[in-house]
Ligand binder design. Structure first.
Ligand SMILES: *Cc1c(COP(=O)(O)O)cnc(C)c1O
Length: 416
């Protein structure tokens, strides 16, 4: 069936049985993608996306139709009151920091309800001391871990909410940890719990890697803000940069004032004619995410066959596109990333080397042979060089490329 001369034949046989065994799961992924595809299409049509949206604006960017319409489309896709979608929200970390900084004042408390947040946020928050951090400006923080890395600790969350608690942050995806990614259903339950204690608490969800993996988004189940990166899921592999924040209009307004200037907000900021790929990427995103999910399941299946622990396992529902595999071996982690790089369209001839990355505490090895630099909706694999040497694999715009990359990576690991 396959013609991969460089891959072990036995591995190709296992992959054939994988595709067979995963048929039912793949069917469910296709159903989710269909629902989301229609949702996105409808949002484009309802907002009358037209050729004129792709025209260039300059200067202050007043009445930048392309920018304003794109934000209206995002608002509708996520069923929220408003959206801020900008190429100069530079990345996911920036978007998340912005959503917090804009809505927290000195004396306010921020509670992390899904454990310590993603590595790159530690400086932004001030867990790692840094000028300009939230903690420096007088925001206090509390962290409640998940129970066994799976469930929200409702009791501890209640205990840690007090009159200062202004915002609760929930991270949907596992990030660089092996805890579960959180289903929208679980997020719904914790939001209900928190709102019952105090309905004025702002629920802020880091939605990175979660978009379109379910037919519902956290914003459908009570999140006041949802935040993410455009070089991940909703960018569909085509958005060249950027981040988004969707949610309640009063909170989005504060984010916009923080991003530009109080009084200016969303009115300014020329998109410089750059918006076409943001639309095009979003139009493809549901399908692209479904391809990524299939890649994640296939990798988990293959890795499981060779005895590696996977988070989640291949037959578990995936709540985000990230697939973690525990190698317990530094060389295997490196071999995996090197092989993923080698199977990429861009820079296939270079070898990734672990090094310092701004925002991360340990050296990180990153395979990313992507058209958009650092894009992790394109095929990518990375991991901090620390025990137990877990690789975090995600993306792949097509399942065909994903399959080839996964087979070569497993082949390469097994030869170590
Ligand atoms: C990627 C990611 C971020 C940060 O995004 P960057 O674009 O890398 O700054 C935050 N949280 C989670 C869960 C992520 O996966």
């Amino acid at each position: 069936m396959y013609k991969y001369p460089d891959i072990d034949e036995n591995l190709i046989k296992i992959a054939e049985s994988a595709e067979d065994e995963l048929k039912e799961i793949f069917g469910k992924i296709d159903e989710i993608s269909e629902v989301n595809q229609y949702k996105v299409l409808k949002a484009f049509q309802d907002n009358r996306v037209s050729d004129s949206c792709f025209n260039i604006s300059t200067g202050y960017g007043y009445n930048d139709t392309g920018r304003d319409t794109l934000e209206a489309v995002y608002k509708d896709v996520f069923h929220t009151e408003d959206a801020l979608v900008r190429p100069y929200i530079t990345c996911g970390t920036h978007a998340i920091y912005l959503s917090m900084k804009a809505n927290l004042l000195p004396g306010d408390e921020l509670l992390f309800a899904s454990g310590m947040p993603y590595d790159s946020l530690h400086s932004s928050i001030g867990i790692t001391s840094c000028p300009g951090s939230l903690m420096e400006s007088g925001v206090s923080i509390k962290v409640v871990d998940l129970i066994d890395g799976k469930d929200f600790d409702l009791e501890k969350i209640s205990e840690n909410i007090n009159e200062k608690t202004k915002m609760v942050h929930i991270q949907r995806s596992k990030g660089y940890s092996t805890r579960d990614s959180l289903s929208v259903e679980k997020i719904k339950d914790v939001i209900t719990h928190i709102k019952n204690i105090d309905s004025s608490i702002i629920i802020n969800v880091d939605n990175c890697y979660g978009e379109f993996t379910d037919i519902y988004e956290p914003s459908d189940v009570g999140a006041d803000l949802c935040v993410g990166s455009l070089i991940k899921n909703p960018g569909g592999g085509l958005s060249p940069s950027g981040g988004y924040i969707v949610g309640r209009s009063d909170l989005i307004e504060r984010c916009a004032y923080m991003l530009t200037a109080p009084g200016l907000g969303k009115e300014v900021g020329s998109s410089l004619g750059s918006v076409r790929p943001y639309y095009q990427g979003l139009s493809l995103a549901p399908k692209v995410v479904s391809e990524s999910l299939k890649n994640a399941h296939l990798l988990a299946y293959m890795a499981n066959r060779f005895g590696y622990k996977c988070y989640p396992e291949f037959n578990e529902k995936h709540a985000c596109i990230v697939q973690a595999v525990e190698f317990n071996d530094r060389d295997k982690l490196k071999a995996f990333c090197e092989a993923i790089q080698k199977a990429s369209y861009v820079d296939s001839f270079v070898r990734p080397v672990a090094s310092y990355m701004p925002g991360y505490e340990d050296d990180v090895i990153m395979a990313s042979g992507s058209f958009i630099s650092g894009s992790s909706i394109e095929i990518s694999a990375d991991g901090p060089l620390r025990e137990p040497y877990v690789v975090y694999f995600q993306g792949g715009l097509t399942h065909e490329q994903g399959k080839y990359a996964i087979l070569s990576a497993i082949d390469s690991v097994q030869k170590k």
